[in-house]
Every structure is written in structure tokens, then in C-alpha cells.
Design a protein around this ligand. Structure first.
Ligand SMILES: NC(=O)c1ccc[n+]([C@@H]2O[C@H](COP(=O)([O-])OP(=O)(O)OC[C@H]3O[C@@H](n4cnc5c(N)ncnc54)[C@H](OP(=O)(O)O)[C@@H]3O)[C@@H](O)[C@H]2O)c1
Length: 290
């Protein structure tokens, strides 16, 4: 599996990232297998958020690390903070909202460490742009977490270019990614400046829902002929399409089936012809380029 620094100052990640959003829907044994299969395939980077699985998925993942602590050195852990919603586990929250206060970022990051059974995160992201985000407070929280060695790098998710640029101005170190939705069902970031800004900053996007959350695997007749040409599955073609972008997108795959992790890993080897790439874009948008 290809590895690459997501930003010149790090961290180095596997080009495909395994996302744990849906992992509460399978057994603890399957989660162990998902981790083992990912590592065997060279997918060493795992994407979490404090809220996944009603605030439970980090703990399910952490159970595997608590059983076999040596695994921690073989992987990179990403988590997110900043969304709060009402749940039996969070009885003081009555309305879904964002919280990027220093107090919450610090608490959430430290709680993620506890749940995941680790002493540091490789990357912490602000999950969604918060209209009440105070960049000075975010900078204070990030700086303290970095200084204490609890979080090595920082980034954002679902930010617009102007939100990214604004927050960056207040930070003494680079935001190393913007994790955004990119796939053949969601191509706007190729044209709206999202990827241009990241390229200008020498950093890369992490692409969430690279298969459109599963919508892309059914395929259609044209896709079928393309798949035969490359001797690949629809999902492999869809991931290869993202990998081909010159901004070095890191797709975050979301399957809960170990064998589909292995299937996705093979997409790294596919190189699409430029015309095939554009034909896939044409299917996605329903129109020729101008
Ligand atoms: N930052 C954010 O705001 C944000 C938002 C959403 C997600 N994320 C991250 O992105 C990750 C991926 O999101 P996602 O789960 O929507 O990604 P995805 O890879 O686009 O979709 C995965 C879904 O597709 C299904 N699927 C059907 N056929 C498949 C095949 N051949 N290969 C692989 N999957 C197939 C999977 O089902 P099976 O499980 O049955 O394979 C699963 O339900 C999440 O885990 C999370 O880490 C981030």
C-alpha cells in the first residue's frame, strides 16, 4: 500500500484510510478482523469521531488495542470533535449543536484517548464548521494538546476554503487536511476551490464516503463495460478515480466487511486512462465537459 505524508510536516498515512463510522453495526470480533485485515493490507490509518456509534465506536476499537497494545505502533489514529447531540450518554445536551470551545476540544480529545486506549492521536479534526467558532480559542486548545503530546497534528472537516484559511491564520502550525465528501456522486470539490486551496497549501483532502455511502457499487451498464476493461469492480474503479486526482486525495473507506477492505486495497494498482476518467466524470454529472 502506498504511503504518503498528507502535508510536508506530516503525518504520514496509508493512501487508503479505514473509517470506523459504521463499525458499531458489527460484532467486536468483526471489528478485530477489520483492524487486522486493514493492517495486513497496509491500511494503517483509521478514521474515528467522538460521536460515531452514539459515542461508542472509539471504545469498541480501543478494546482491540487494550487486548494487544503493540498494535498501536503499527497504526495512525484520526479522530474528530465539535458536534454534540442529545443521547442517553450525553444527558446534558438537549439540542444538536457545535461546540469548538477550548474546554470542549480539550475534554473531547482527552476522552477520545481514553476510549481508544492510546496516549496520543496522530490527527484531530474539527468535525464541522461552527458558526460560533472562536479561532483564538481553537488555537489555544490545539497548541496545548500539541505541547502535551496528546495530539500530533490538526485539521478540519467539511470546511469551506474561506473557513479553512481563516482558522489557519490563527494557528502557529499547519492544518494538514480538510476531510470532505468527494466521490463520483459528489464532485463539486473538484470545481469549487476546495481542492485548489489544499493543493496551494501543499496538503491533501481526506475523502469521506468515497463510494457515495454505497450508492456507487451497483453501477450501470456503461460502468460495467469499464469495469471489464480494467478487470476491476465498480468500487475499485470509483476509488481509483479519486486516487488519480493530482491533489493526492486520501479516500476514507467505510465498509464493515473485511473482504471488502482487501477489495478496496487493490484499487491502488489501477491507473485509469485520462479519457476513461473523463467518461466517468461525464456519467457522474450527466454532461460533457464544456
Ligand atoms: N467527516 C465527516 O463529516 C464524515 C461523514 C461521513 C463519513 N465519514 C468517514 O468516512 C468513512 C466512510 O464513509 P462511508 O461509510 O459512507 O463510505 P463508503 O465507502 O462510501 O460507503 C460504505 C458503505 O457502502 C457499502 N458497500 C456496498 N458495497 C460495497 C463494496 N463493494 N465495497 C465497499 N462498500 C460497499 C458498505 O456496506 P458494507 O459495510 O456491507 O460493506 C457501507 O455501507 C466513515 O467511516 C467515516 O470515517 C466522515
Amino acid at each position: 500500500m502506498e504511503r504518503r505524508k498528507i502535508h510536508p510536516e506530516g503525518p504520514e498515512f496509508s493512501r487508503l484510510v479505514a473509517g470506523a463510522w459504521r463499525w458499531h453495526t458489527v460484532s467486536q470480533d468483526t471489528v478485530t478482523k477489520l483492524i487486522q485485515t486493514s493492517l495486513n493490507e497496509g491500511i494503517t490509518t483509521f478514521d474515528h469521531a467522538d460521536i460515531y456509534g452514539d459515542h461508542g465506536n472509539e471504545e469498541i476499537f480501543g478494546n482491540v488495542l487494550r487486548k494487544d497494545p503493540a498494535l498501536r505502533n503499527k497504526m495512525e489514529l484520526v479522530s474528530k470533535c465539535g458536534i454534540k447531540f442529545s443521547s442517553d450518554k450525553r444527558p446534558k445536551t438537549w439540542v444538536k449543536h457545535y461546540d469548538t470551545s477550548k474546554e470542549h476540544i480539550m475534554w473531547s480529545a482527552e476522552n477520545s484517548l481514553k476510549m481508544l486506549g492510546t496516549d496520543h492521536l496522530d490527527l484531530l479534526l474539527i468535525h464541522r464548521p461552527d458558526p460560533l467558532l472562536n479561532p483564538t480559542e481553537v488555537a489555544e486548545a490545539f497548541s496545548q494538546l500539541k505541547q502535551e503530546g496528546k495530539v500530533l497534528h490538526f485539521g478540519v472537516s467539511n470546511f469551506t476554503p474561506s473557513q479553512f484559511t481563516m482558522l489557519q491564520k490563527f494557528l502557529p502550525f499547519p492544518l494538514v487536511t480538510n476531510q470532505i465528501e468527494i466521490s463520483l456522486t459528489r464532485v463539486d470539490s473538484l470545481f469549487n476551490g476546495d481542492l485548489d486551496l489544499l493543493m496551494e497549501r501543499e496538503t491533501s483532502a481526506m475523502a469521506w464516503s468515497p463510494l457515495g455511502g454505497g450508492k456507487l457499487v451497483g453501477g450501470d451498464r456503461e460502468m460495467f463495460s469499464k469495469a471489464s476493461k480494467y478487470n476491476a469492480s465498480y468500487s475499485q474503479l470509483s476509488i481509483a478515480w479519486l486516487l488519480q486526482h493530482p491533489s493526492f486525495i486520501f479516500p476514507v473507506i467505510g465498509t464493515t466487511k473485511p473482504e471488502r477492505i482487501s477489495e478496496a486495497a487493490k484499487s491502488i494498482e489501477l491507473k485509469l486512462d485520462r479519457q476513461d476518467w473523463f467518461e466517468m466524470l461525464q456519467w457522474a454529472t450527466g454532461k460533457e465537459v464544456a
